[in-house]
Design a protein around this ligand. Sequence first.
Ligand SMILES: CC(C)(COP(=O)(O)OP(=O)(O)OC[C@H]1O[C@@H](n2cnc3c(N)ncnc32)[C@H](O)[C@@H]1OP(=O)(O)O)[C@@H](O)C(=O)NCCC(=O)NCCS
Length: 154
Amino acid sequence: MVRFAREEELDRVNELRKEVNDLHVEGRPDIFKPGFNDVLRDYIHEIWKDPGKEIVVSEKDGRICGFAVLNCISKPENPFMFARDFLDVDEFCVGKKYRRQGIAREMIDFIKEFAKEKGFQRLELNMWEFNEGALKFYESVGFKTYRRYMDMDL
Ligand SMILES: CC(C)(COP(=O)(O)OP(=O)(O)OC[C@H]1O[C@@H](n2cnc3c(N)ncnc32)[C@H](O)[C@@H]1OP(=O)(O)O)[C@@H](O)C(=O)NCCC(=O)NCCS
């Protein structure tokens, strides 16, 4: 079942956030700090209190097995761009033990419904290029790359 998180579930959500952080550290140790420091841990409570953000969880047999953080974004017009609103999927993870069972797909379906109810016409997210499994997943549920970050070691 996919639904919004309850406050008492945030410690479990943090276990999943740590999994994502570890994956990022492994993929880009030059950028991501190892471990899961107190600031990262406590940030989930800031997200919880923020009226522009939502925490979604997937629960199976009483266990939280996946989560997503959603961010309602409203960008004002600027000289280059029109104003645009979109729902940003800021963090997203299914616990290692629960993968390839369709849980992430179910969460995306829930997020799409929520976004439509809120009047959004686009979902957006960004991800790290080393994370091939995530790319395959996002493409399999319909996301397309519309912008790239590139870098070069010197
Ligand atoms: C990416 C992730 C969310 C996918 O979750 P999941 O619940 O395993 O995904 P689903 O079971 O819903 O997969 C749906 C489809 O996506 C594709 N897919 C999912 N994971 C894949 C992988 N690792 N490699 C290739 N294709 C993949 C497949 O087509 C899959 O269908 P199938 O299992 O019938 O072949 C999960 O692997 C994860 O949390 N990874 C670590 C954290 C992360 O990378 N988060 C996102 C970036 S911050």
